[in-house]
Design a protein around this ligand. Structure first.
Ligand code: GLY
Ligand code: MN
Ligand code: MN
Length: 440
């Protein structure tokens, strides 16, 4: 894979440089300085939280373990990487950069974060992109909004290099999902399933793009369930696993739901959500409004609820009365890339601005019209969540809900099926389904 990445990376960097030239020109900046960032300390402790490099830094180069390092770029000049390689016998010292990308940079090795700051160019007007927490001693990140807006907007359009990394992150995730399914079928605990996932991904928790969600039975109803029971339950009725993988700083975000042996009714419901999900994924096409796709998903899921005997009203009424929101209480998906919840999902233009969510849909994370190059998740779900079902009982529409049927499904928790889908000039590319297919 690395051999193919070299030319892709060269083109990616040329694109990033061009976008940066345009962003800096908006407000007369001379340079872009990007801080990789520093690890956050634990309060009153000598330990740090796991380090996660600034996504702007990772967008420029595939270095994820570079605390204290900086990228310095002035339009027209080769970018510089100030790479911190401390003298340290307590920790593993990051290896000197190598690989397909290094000849695109002037690389200066420094021995500390302070030395990197001292080596930053002086004078001129700098756009300095970095986290405010922890602050960087000696330099103030100014994060100019106009520059960020421009860069975030254009980050929506993935380069071929980024798509190659996301395909690989999807392959790693799909392989690990298969191992998790085997662990589920083998009667393991949530903890055991999680360990099987990590082992197959060959990634540790801190390397994953987000905390894995592994919920057996009722736990599938907790949207972000991250408890990992150490003991297996007495029955394995269902598994909802939402877990991704990383590749060179890029994310995959994958959810699958499985029914235990003999659980044919729950399997039938999974099959219906799966068919609906494939339909939505197929609508990831240029010109498609994402919020309209989200509303369309509510209508299709209303039909699924009716076909499976949970509700007696038509789709229009189920959506209008808020019934579908009790069963599908989150957004259809979000942009994904170098961040699992990538930037610019609400952005109006390269100059910033916000496209509001449709009323009544407070958790939707993407309100834009799809265009070639965008990658979004498509992750519909149906859940049996006590809190929301209690609220639904107070809704006049509750009379058209078959509560005995609903109660019968509470022990399964819920269903979510999530793929990462790239919008192209033609048919969508489903990175997740392709990755699973390649394993077969
Ligand atoms: N794993 C979080 C999400 O699906 O957005
Ligand atoms: Mn997601
Ligand atoms: Mn997910």
């Amino acid at each position: 894979m690395t051999a193919q990445l070299a030319p892709l990376y060269a083109r990616h960097l040329a694109t990033v440089r061009k976008r940066t030239d345009e962003a800096l020109a908006l407000d007369g900046f001379d340079r872009l300085l990007i801080a990789a960032g520093a690890p956050l300390n634990k309060f009153l402790d000598d330990q740090d939280f796991p380090f996660v490099a600034n996504p702007h830094f990772r967008h420029w180069l595939p270095l994820t373990d570079a605390p204290g390092s900086w990228i310095v770029y002035a339009p027209g000049a080769k970018p510089t990487l100030l790479f911190v390689q401390p003298r340290d016998y307590w920790h593993v010292v990051p290896a000197a950069p190598s690989g397909y990308w290094v000849d695109q940079f002037d690389i200066q090795i420094v021995r500390s974060a302070a030395e990197a700051i001292a080596a930053l160019p002086k004078g001129g007007r700098n756009a300095v992109i970095g986290s405010a927490c922890p602050s960087i001693e000696g330099v103030e990140a100014n994060n100019p909004q106009a520059v960020l807006d421009y860069l975030h907007w254009h980050r929506s359009y993935k380069t071929s290099y980024e798509l190659a990394l996301m395909r690989e992150a999807s392959r790693v995730g799909a392989r690990a999902h298969r191992a998790a399914e085997r662990a589920f079928r083998g009667g393991h605990s949530e903890f055991g399933i999680h360990l099987a996932y990590l082992a197959a991904a060959r990634q540790i928790d801190a390397e994953l793009p987000y905390a894995s969600i592994v919920g057996l039975n009722e736990h599938g109803a907790v949207l972000h369930y991250t408890n990992f029971d150490r003991q297996p339950p007495t029955a394995h009725r269902s598994l909802l696993i939402d877990a991704g993988a990383s590749c060179a700083g890029y994310a995959s975000d994958i959810t699958r739901t499985y029914a235990g042996a003999g659980e044919s009714e729950f399997q039938a419901l999974i099959d219906s959500v799966d068919a609906a999900q494939r339909g939505f994924a197929d609508m990831v096409r240029a010109g498609q409004s994402y919020p309209e796709l989200h509303i369309h998903a509510h209508h299709v899921l209303a039909d699924v609820l009716r076909e499976h005997g949970f509700i007696r009203m038509n789709a229009e009424d189920a959506v209008a009365s808020g019934v579908t929101s009790a069963f599908f209480p989150h957004g259809l998906g979000h942009p994904i890339g170098v961040q699992v919840h990538d930037v610019a999902g609400f952005q109006q233009s390269e100059r910033g601005g916000i496209i509001a969510r449709p009323e009544g849909h407070p958790y939707l994370r993407m309100t834009r019209v799809l265009e070639p190059g965008m990658v979004v998740t498509i992750e519909p779900g149906l859940y049996f969540i006590d809190m929301l079902l209690d609220e639904l009982r107070a809704n006049p529409a509750a009379k058209d809900v078959d509560w005995a049927r609903v109660d019968a499904f509470r022990p399964y928790g819920g269903i979510r099926i999530e793929d990462d889908v790239a919008c192209t000039d033609g048919a969508p590319e489903n990175l997740t389904r392709d990755a699973f297919a390649q394993l077969a």
